[in-house]
Design a protein around this ligand. Structure first.
Ligand code: 6PG
Length: 218
């Protein structure tokens, strides 16, 4: 898989959260899948400060740790605190549920399958070049049929659900936000076409918003 062309458009910006906010406001998605992590949190805080009205937006999650929303590690909890409650989101589809994680994967897979393609999927990039909860070496990287699978390994504290690459590819627009010097190597590997999870992101439109710490001027 090495030598792949860089997957998408690239914008190098000073403020990733501000650029993400502008892109989301301009594209006005009717449906969106949210990410977790610190970069995503800053993006969502910016959208909340912008005063977006998401009362008609269908909100999904691209991945989740299998913990209740009041747990500090919950992506849903982070999204509700930073954005969804302030944006009046009332069509929210939580990934986490009371059932075992494998049953949760079946439920969310069926949900995503029954819904129209998601307008915008927001992804991050880990320092190990993972995206969503698609980690290097995971069998989930090669899933080509399901849209959602349960995943997890000894490196990560909680079992997780994650969109697979077919689910990512099915969205109309994927926006990947990458900031900070700790992501420099991961982003360089994506751009070099190394076979890392982030390099496998494909969709009709993939837009990378990165800052200068993650992508220093050549
Ligand atoms: C998760 C996220 C994960 C995240 C990246 C970047 O649930 O952990 O979905 O994919 O987006 O790890 O996270 P940071 O912005 O915190 O580096």
């Amino acid at each position: 898989m090495s030598g792949m062309a860089f997957p998408g458009e690239l914008a190098v910006v000073d403020d990733v959260a501000a650029a993400f906010c502008e892109l989301v406001v301009a594209s006005a998605p009717r449906s969106i899948a949210l990410s977790g992590g610190g970069t995503a949190r800053r993006c969502y805080e910016r959208l909340a400060a912008r005063g977006v009205d998401w009362s008609e937006v269908a909100v999904f999650f691209g991945d989740e740790r299998w913990v209740p929303p009041d747990h500090p590690d919950s992506n849903e909890g982070m999204a509700r605190r930073t954005l969804l409650d302030r944006a009046g989101a009332r069509r929210v589809h939580p990934m986490y549920g009371p059932e075992p994680v494998e049953r949760g994967a079946d439920r969310y897979d069926a949900l995503v399958r029954d819904e129209p393609p998601i307008d915008l999927v927001h992804l991050g990039l880990g320092a190990d070049a993972h995206t969503a909860s698609l980690f290097p070496g995971s069998p989930a990287l090669d899933e080509r049929d399901r849209f959602v699978v349960a995943t997890g390994d000894e490196l990560h504290r909680h079992p997780r659900l994650t969109f697979t690459f077919p689910a990512i590819e099915r969205s109309r627009l994927v926006v990947v936000t990458v900031g900070g010097a700790e992501k420099r190597d991961a982003l360089a590997r994506v751009r070099a076409g190394d076979d890392v999870p982030g390099a496998r992101i494909r969709a009709p439109r993939v837009f990378w918003i990165v800052d200068r710490d993650a992508y220093p001027a050549p």
